[in-house]
Design a protein around this ligand. Structure first.
Ligand code: SF4
Length: 213
C-alpha cells in the first residue's frame, strides 16, 4: 500500500482514537491474561460481566489454581465454551505459580505454553501489559485490514506481517488498539458506517459497495 494511504489511515485513527484503551477490565497481570483468553469468540463486554464475578470470588492465583471447576463453569457459562475455558483458567493459574513465579511471562514462548493462549493472545499481553512492540490480529483487525487494502488474505499471520511492514514499530501497540476500536464501532462487520468514514476513497470494501449500488 502507498505510504500516503498509510499516513491517511494513521491520521484518521489518531483523530478517532487518540488514546485507545483495551476495553477488558482487569486489576493485575494474570487477570488480564485470563480475560483475554476468555474473550475468544465473544465480546469484551460479556467477558467483563463474568470476570467481575470471577475475580471477586477468586481474588488470587492460588484461589484460581485450586478452584472448583464446576463453580467456574457456572460463573463463565454466559460467554460460551465454558468447559474448556474453565479448565484453561485453572491450568493457567497453576502454570503461572509452578513455572513462572506467579508472574505473567514476557515472551511468546512463555505465554504460548499456557493453556488456551495462542499467538493473538500473546501479542495482546505483550503490548498491553509490557508495551513490547506487538500487533495482534483479531477478527476486527483482520476485517478492517482487508477492507482497507492493508492486506489481502484471511491468514492472520500474513496480515500481522503486512501490518508490521506498513506501520512503524513504535506504533504497533497503538495501531492494534485503534484498529480494534475502529472495527468494533465504525467499520463494523455488518453495516459499517461508511457514510461517516474519511477513508472511503481508499477503501476497497466501499468501492465494491459503490459499484453494486
Ligand atoms: S469506508 Fe466503510 S468499509 Fe471502508 S473503512 Fe470506512 S467504514 Fe470501513
Amino acid at each position: 500500500m502507498m505510504k500516503k494511504n498509510i499516513l491517511l489511515i494513521r491520521n484518521y485513527l489518531d483523530e478517532l482514537y487518540e488514546n485507545p484503551r483495551c476495553e477488558l477490565e482487569y486489576n493485575n497481570d494474570y487477570e488480564l491474561l485470563i480475560a483475554v483468553m476468555l474473550s475468544a469468540q465473544t465480546t469484551d463486554k460479556s467477558v467483563n460481566k463474568v470476570t467481575k464475578i470471577l475475580f471477586s470470588k477468586y481474588n488470587s492465583l492460588d484461589s484460581l489454581a485450586s478452584a472448583d471447576i464446576n463453580d467456574l463453569k457456572e460463573i463463565i457459562r454466559p460467554i460460551g465454551n465454558f468447559n474448556k475455558k474453565s479448565l484453561n483458567i485453572i491450568n493457567i493459574a497453576r502454570s503461572l505459580l509452578d513455572n513462572f513465579g506467579g508472574i505473567v511471562p514476557k515472551t511468546h514462548e512463555g505465554l504460548e505454553c499456557l493453556s488456551g493462549v495462542g499467538r493473538k493472545t500473546a501479542n495482546v499481553i505483550l503490548g498491553e501489559l509490557y508495551n513490547i512492540p506487538s500487533l495482534a490480529v483479531d477478527t476486527h483487525v483482520l476485517r478492517v485490514s482487508n477492507r482497507l487494502g492493508l492486506a489481502n488474505t484471511k491468514d492472520v499471520l500474513e496480515v500481522e506481517k503486512k501490518l508490521k511492514k506498513s506501520f512503524p514499530k513504535e506504533s504497533w501497540v497503538k495501531v492494534h488498539k485503534q484498529l480494534v476500536l475502529f472495527g468494533r464501532y465504525n467499520c463494523k462487520a455488518i453495516k459499517p458506517d461508511c457514510n461517516n468514514c474519511k477513508l472511503q476513497d481508499i477503501c476497497k470494501h466501499n468501492k465494491k459497495l459503490t459499484k453494486v449500488s
